[in-house]
Write a protein that binds this ligand. Structure first.
Ligand SMILES: [Zn+2]
Ligand SMILES: [Zn+2]
Length: 129
């Protein structure tokens, strides 16, 4: 099976340029309001651990395929909850984010993430809450 590595690598690099510059200028004044997003569709890029080779897999967008660059392992985005989440990457300053869950008994998914570098915060925000 031939993998189109060039294509898959080029795509995530192009995304993420643009609206983020705006945010950087506001970050120092953000004490009462934080900068952030919510919803699974806006989930920050995730670094997952490959269950086959133990390497890092970057899943840039929550609907992207999870395709290990180090071996042949490939998963659909629906497999995300079954894979080991290493960390989320801040879409603003690209730092490693702190993350956690609010309802670990109900969801086996990351539900929030905070960047200590620029205060960007992402929240899952379940539709029923
Ligand atoms: Zn792998
Ligand atoms: Zn950040």
């Amino acid at each position: 099976m031939t993998k189109h590595i060039g294509e898959r690598v080029a795509k995530p690099l192009r995304r993420g340029d643009g609206p983020n510059k705006f945010r950087l200028s506001a970050m120092d004044t953000a004490t009462t309001t934080y900068d952030g997003d919510d919803g699974w569709a806006k989930r920050p890029p995730a670094v997952l651990e490959c269950p086959r080779c133990g390497g890092d897999i970057l899943q840039h967008h929550s609907r992207d395929d999870i395709d290990c660059p180090h071996c042949v392992a490939e998963f659909s985005y629906q497999k995300f909850p079954e894979l080991e989440l290493n960390h989320l990457t801040c879409p603003v300053c690209r730092s490693e984010m702190a993350h956690g869950q609010r309802h670990p008994e109900a969801f086996d998914l990351v539900e929030w993430a905070t960047c200590n570098g620029c205060r960007y915060h992402w929240e899952f925000k379940h539709s029923y809450s």
